[in-house]
Design a protein around this ligand. Structure first.
Ligand code: ADP
Length: 435
C-alpha cells in the first residue's frame, strides 16, 4: 500500500470540506451511540446539528484521559463487542491503562495512516524491516507490523528487548530498516559499540522512531551514531496509536493525517483555541473512527501547528516536534522548563553520554532540579576534580540558556537504566500534594 496522494496532496479547501462532513458524521455517531457523549453534549446545550463549519468544533466538549479511565474498559465504545476485531491498551505510563478498540474498518484506516508514515520515510517493498517496538497491547508493535505487511516488505518482528539479539539479527538478516523508540535506538547503538560491532557499516539506513519525546539534537545523535536517517512517528492509543502524524524526507515538521484527525491547539490554562503558529496543547477529534471515536481529546502534548506547501506536494497541516507533555513541565524558581530543553543542552556537552535523568525534589519551599547525566568513561574516571569541573560547566550552561539553577551530578557509565521502550526521564520525588 503506497501513500495516498489524493488525500495527502488535496487542496486545503477541498480537504476542509471533507473534514467538515466527517466531523458532522462523527458528532452524530457519538451522540447517538455513546451515552457519555450524549450527556456531555446535552450539558453544554448543543446537538450535532449545531456544527455548521469547522470552527464549530470548539463548541464541543473536551475529553480527557480520566474520562477513558472512568469508562474502562468499553464504556466509550460505540459498537457491540462482536464488531470489535482488536483491542489495544496504552502502556499505562501515567496510571491505569486505557483501551483502544477497533472495528475492521478502523484497523484498515489505521494501517493506511501508518503506510503513509512509512512510505514518507522512504521505505519500500524491497526493504527488510526489523520491528523492535513492543508487540502486544502497546500500539507500536502491531501498528507498524500491519503496515509494513500491507506494503509487502520483509518483516522481522523482533519486538523490544534482547538487545544483543537485535544486533545479531541486524547483521545476519541484513535489515535495512529499524523501528523502535528513540531511546531504544540509542540503547542498541551503545550495545553494538560494546559488542565491537560497527553499526554504521551495517545495511540499516533508516529508522522510524516515536512514542516518546525526543529533541532534534537526539535525532542527530542517533543519526550519527548509527549512520542512518531517523524519521518520526507520532500517535497515541486514544486515537489509534502511531500514524497520527509523521515527517517526510526533509524532516521539516510532522504532517497530521488530517482526513482522519482534526487538530487544534489551545491554551492549556484557558482552553481557548489558539491560531496557527502559536504554541499550546494539542487537541484531536477523530473524523472516521467507528469503535471509539474521540471528541476534542486533550493530548497534554505541547506543540505548534503550521501550514505551508509540503514535501512532494503534501498539503496537510504540520506540527513541530513535541516540546514535551504538560504533565512533565517543571516549574523551577518560577521558570517553566520541559525535560526536552535540558536534553538539548546536555547533548551539546562533549564530555557526557546522551543518558540522563531529572530528579525533582522539594528544598524548603522551593523546587529543586537535579540533573543526573552519565560522563564519558574517560571523564568520569579522571577523578573528582575533573568531574566537578564538568558538573560546573553543565550547570553554568543550563543557567546561561534557561536562567535556572540546577544541581548536576555526573554519574558513572550505566548508572541510568537503559530503555527498551519509553525512557523514564523525570523522577518526581516531591510529596504528591506539593507538585
Ligand atoms: P501512554 O500515555 O500510556 O504512554 P501511549 O503509548 O498511547 O500511552 O502514548 C502516547 C503519548 O506518547 C503521546 O501523547 C505523546 O506524549 C507520546 N508520543 C508519541 N509519539 C511521540 C513523538 N513522536 N514525539 C513525542 N512524543 C510522542
Amino acid at each position: 500500500m503506497p501513500w495516498n496522494e489524493e488525500f495527502e496532496c488535496m487542496p486545503v479547501g477541498k480537504l476542509q470540506k471533507f473534514q467538515l462532513e466527517k466531523l458532522k458524521e462523527t458528532a452524530a455517531w457519538v451522540y447517538a451511540k455513546i451515552p457519555f457523549y450524549k450527556q456531555k453534549f446535552d450539558e453544554q446545550g448543543i446537538t450535532p446539528d449545531d456544527i455548521k463549519n469547522l470552527e464549530d468544533v470548539a463548541k464541543l466538549p473536551m475529553t480527557v484521559k480520566n474520562d477513558l479511565r472512568d469508562n474502562y474498559p468499553f464504556g466509550l465504545c460505540a459498537v457491540p463487542l462482536k464488531e470489535v476485531v482488536r483491542v489495544h491498551a496504552s502502556s499505562g505510563t501515567t496510571g491505569k491503562p486505557i483501551t483502544g478498540p477497533y472495528t475492521k474498518e478502523d484497523l484498515a484506516q489505521w494501517t493506511e495512516c501508518m503506510c503513509r508514515n512509512i512510505w514518507a520515510a522512504g521505505i519500500r517493498k524491497e526493504d527488510v524491516v526489523q520491528n523492535a517496538y513492543g508487540h502486544g497491547l502497546f500500539t507500536g508493535g502491531l501498528g507498524f507490523h500491519q503496515a509494513v505487511t500491507a506494503m509487502d516488505c520483509t518483516v522481522v518482528p523482533t519486538s523490544a528487548g534482547m538487545t544483543e539479539r537485535q544486533i545479531t539479527l541486524l547483521q545476519d538478516f541484513g535489515s535495512n530498516v529499524l523501528f523502535c523508540t528513540p531511546s531504544y535506538a540509542l540503547t542498541i547503538a551503545e550495545r553494538a559499540e560494546e559488542m565491537k560491532v560497527d553499526i554504521r557499516s551495517l545495511p540499516v539506513r533508516v529508522g522510524v522512531f516515536g512514542a516518546e519525546p525526543w529533541t532534534v539534537q537526539m535525532r542527530q545523535e542517533i543519526e550519527e551514531r548509527m549512520g542512518i536517517k531517523a524519521q518520526e512517528a507520532y500517535g497515541l492509543t486514544e486515537l489509534c496509536g502511531p500514524g497520527v502524524a509523521y515527517d517526510a524526507a526533509d524532516q521539516n515538521g510532522l504532517y497530521i493525517n488530517e482526513d482522519h484527525f482534526l487538530a487544534e491547539v489551545v491554551d492549556p490554562q484557558t482552553l481557548e483555541p489558539l491560531p496557527l503558529g502559536e504554541k499550546g496543547e494539542l487537541i484531536f477529534t477523530s473524523l472516521q473512527r467507528r469503535a471509539m471515536p474521540m471528541i476534542r481529546y486533550r493530548t497534554k502534548d505541547i506543540t505548534r501547528l503550521w501550514r505551508e506547501p509540503g514535501h512532494n506536494g503534501r498539503t496537510f497541516v504540520r506540527m513541530d516536534k513535541i516540546y514535551g507533555r504538560s504533565d512533565d513541565m517543571l516549574i523551577i524558581s518560577g521558570v517553566n522548563v520541559f525535560p526536552s530543553q535540558i536534553e538539548a543542552l546536555l547533548l551539546e556537552i562533549e564530555e557526557v553520554e546522551p543518558q540522563y535523568r531529572l530528579i525533582v525534589r522539594k528544598k524548603g519551599y522551593l523546587d529543586q532540579l537535579i540533573v543526573q547525566v552519565e560522563g564519558k568513561s574517560e571523564v568520569y574516571e579522571a577523578g573528582d576534580k575533573r568531574r566537578y569541573e564538568i558538573e560546573g560547566k553543565i550547570a553554568a550552561h543550563i543557567k546561561g540558556m534557561l536562567g535556572i539553577s540546577v544541581e548536576v551530578e555526573l554519574v558513572e557509565a550505566k548508572f541510568i537504566a537503559r530503555s527498551e521502550g519509553k525512557a523514564l526521564r523525570v523522577v518526581d520525588e516531591r510529596p504528591k500534594q506539593l507538585r
